[in-house]
Design a protein around this ligand. Structure first.
Ligand code: NAP
Length: 489
């Protein structure tokens, strides 16, 4: 690890972070820099090097240069490096949580949860690195053997969003490194500091120079496109909006680059009259308010069976109204500010439209005066079926409630979207729960559970929510090619 120039964040003297590009194991400055803001105040907290196309190609050079040795490293050696990264992340959990909260705005309690979740991807893939099993079978004719070996895909471009700046990075870096791939990570411009802190940690864990490169850039479109058009890049793994996912799928087509897409969601949360109502409200709070509502898995639409809809709305309203809104860094805060002005403006506009369409806000519903990018926990009842808030990803602390009268109506409403990431079902009837789970068009279902994310489980969507899976055994397969060797012996 070379000596690194250290910079201080302007408003947190104790927090030291890197702010240059990390390419080939070195900290590389850039001619221009961009500001990172504190969402609680709108103040500048750091100035980060702005990667260019030339830097992106240098990062691909570094990743390509390191690829052969990394792929040839014994799986156990790759595993132990990932295990060290896990240990370091756990040791630095509080420091990382504060950094995430500072640049993303989320409450410390959510940031701590994210670090624990993020670290688990290093531990899980340390365990998976030694289990990239192939197979030998006899051809049906008996004439030969079918030998299948797993090989790393090659150089990967990883593009991550701002809502989980640590976990979305480790969910890609963990399996990629376990599989023997080298990577260039392009973090979101709102939250590049956490990714740079991960680069420091991975180098300390023993990741060789060039295996992980981190490239903050405000010119995301240009730098990612340049990398996808470099024939040495063999995979892009993207987490972000469906809109940008479509652009990257089109670009990846030019060089027929392997793609994994974790895109937007519009999760329905179904509550049947036979559900345990206390459990359903607890689950609703987790599914809606984890990360302040800024999660692709966030419950976006609540469908509640008519006989219990009033009771459910009253209980959810009481819980939402009781949450403490404040700066993420305050220990007492339960809901931090949203990440930036655009996000607050979008949430506010969706709520205004729903109210204009006839909805009632039983709590919240009004944007507070600045400074900072705050929006209060909000519950909307009597939401009109045509309201945009039921079709678009809210990405904020707003829970719109609609009633239904039958199971088939509930499933129809839930599936009436181009998204298919996750759905939630609460019912006391397990047969109904499994029947509805199978009928829902979603990559994941929370059955009597408001949280599905788990490093040991395959996370991903169907329809326009994505392609591929992250986490679980499946997560590493996304970074491996199966090579078939037709063998006579
Ligand atoms: P976004 O606007 O799509 O940005 C995601 C990443 O893509 C950022 O690094 C961004 O860089 C980059 N980017 C933007 N335009 C690009 C382009 N033309 N070419 C290449 N890269 C580009 O999404 P976001 O607002 O950060 O994140 C929120 C979205 O992520 C939501 O839709 C959410 O559902 C989704 N998400 C999905 C999952 C999942 O697992 N399915 C998990 C978390 C979030 P800049 O920041 O520099 O623009």
């Amino acid at each position: 690890m070379p000596a690194c120039p250290q910079r201080r964040l302007t408003n947190r003297k104790e927090q030291r972070v890197e702010t240059d590009l990390f390419i080939g194991g070195k900290w590389v400055p850039a001619e221009s820099r961009f500001d990172v803001l504190d969402p609680a105040t709108g103040d500048v907290i750091a100035s980060v090097a702005d990667g260019t196309v030339a830097h992106a190609l240098a990062a691909v050079d570094a990743a390509a240069g390191a690829a052969r040795d990394w792929a040839a490293k014994p799986p156990r050696a790759r595993s132990e490096i990932l295990r060290s990264a896990y240990t370091l992340m756990v040791e630095r959990a509080e420091e990382l949580a504060k950094l995430i909260s500072l640049e993303n705005g989320k409450a410390l309690v959510d940031a701590r949860g994210e670090v624990a979740y993020a670290a688990e991807f290093f531990r899980w893939y340390a365990e998976e690195a030694v289990r990239a099993a192939g197979s030998i079978t006899t051809a049906p004719s008996g004439a030969n053997r079918i030998v299948v070996v797993r090989q790393p895909v090659g150089v990967c471009v990883l593009v991550t969003p701002w809502n989980f700046p640590a976990a979305m990075a480790t969910r890609k870096i963990g399996p990629a490194l376990a599989a023997g791939c080298t990577v260039v990570l392009k973090p979101a411009s709102d939250t590049p500091l956490t990714a740079l802190a991960l680069a420091v940690l991975l180098a300390e864990a023993g990741v060789p120079d060039g295996v992980v490169n981190v490239l903050p850039s405000r010119s995301s479109g240009q730098v990612v496109s340049a990398m996808l058009h470099d024939s040495r890049v063999r995979k892009v793994s993207f987490t972000g909006s469906t809109e940008v996912g479509r652009i990257l799928l089109a670009q990846a087509a030019d060089n027929v680059v392997n793609t994994s897409m974790e895109l937007g969601g519009n999760a329905p949360f179904l509550v049947f009259a036979d559900a345990d109502l206390d459990a359903a409200v607890d689950g609703a709070m987790i599914a809606k308010m984890r990360n302040g509502g800024e999660a692709c898995t966030a419950a976006n639409r609540f469908y509640v069976e008519a006989p219990i809809a009033g009771d459910f709305a009253a209980r959810l309203t009481a819980r939402m109204a009781g949450l403490r809104l404040g700066p993420g860094a305050d220990e007492s805060t339960q809901v931090g500010p949203l990440v930036n002005e655009d996000t607050v403006a979008k949430v506010d506009s969706l709520v205004r439209q729903a109210l204009d369409d006839g909805a009632t806000a039983t709590t919240g519903g009004t944007r507070p005066a600045g400074p900072g990018f705050y929006y209060p926990p909000t519950v909307l009842t009597a939401v009109s079926p045509g309201s945009a808030i039921l079709r678009e990803e809210i990405f904020g602390p707003v829970a719109p409630i609609v009633t239904f009268d039958s199971e088939s109506e509930a499933v129809g409403l839930a599936n009436d979207t181009e998204y298919g990431l996750v759905a939630y079902v609460y019912t006391g009837d397990l047969a109904r729960g499994l029947r509805v789970s199978e009928a829902l068009e979603a990559g994941m279902v929370g059955l009597n559970r408001g949280l599905v994310s788990d490093p040991a489980a395959p996370f991903g969507g169907v329809k326009q929510s994505g392609i591929g899976r992250e986490g679980g055994h499946e997560g590493m397969l996304d970074y491996l090619e199966s090579k078939y060797i037709a063998t006579n012996w």
